[in-house]
Design a protein around this ligand. Sequence first.
Ligand SMILES: N[C@@H](CCC(=O)N[C@@H](CS)C(=O)NCC(=O)O)C(=O)O
Length: 210
Amino acid sequence: MSEIILFDYWRSSACYRVRIALNLKGIAYQVAPTSLLDDSTKRPDYIAHNPQGFVPTLQIDGHDLTQSLGIIDFLDAKYPDPPLIPSDPLERSKTLAQAMVVAADIHPVNNLRILKYLKNEMGQDQEAIDNWYRHWVNEGFKALEAMAPDSGFFGGDAPNLADICLVPQIYNGRRFETDLTTFPKLVRIDAACNELAAFRDAAPEQVKPA
Ligand SMILES: N[C@@H](CCC(=O)N[C@@H](CS)C(=O)NCC(=O)O)C(=O)O
């Protein structure tokens, strides 16, 4: 089998999701550090791998896979143990809904390119941008808290795709000093996930290039 390569930026929450999934499944991979600070992802040689010019890209079996949830879905189909997306139709739908609160509703409006646009094109100052960020985290987390279980992980006894999406979003929420006190279940699940080496080893500070 050829080497698996993750085009990764240490602080990207979409990359963080994929790192967690790879670790949970015990899949060995190499990192191709890809900075978001120097327009590396906008150069033609990178666009050839990822037409959107985003990270992550996972190179595997001679293919370039993009979109963190698409990548994790592929990994789950190819390496089914442990499962990250339930096979039962009802549980699968619930897990995707929980994951998408973060991946489809919170993250896209708080992405680096959106924050840069607010600053450079809309002339917003840092305080307004930080308030924007916290507002959308709050909106999403209010709903996700209501969807969260009273004990265990979103996945029950073991983490699943929803937990994988939650942890990077909590990490970034804290970076922007979001008040998480009204989301006790989410904070509890985040802490439980971070008891696991697969989550801890995927954390930005653990993978930040020297
Ligand atoms: N929905 C995509 C989002 C990917 C994405 O937006 N990645 C960010 C980093 S977290 C990025 O590459 N941003 C570059 C840019 O905004 O130009 C996924 O889940 O993979």
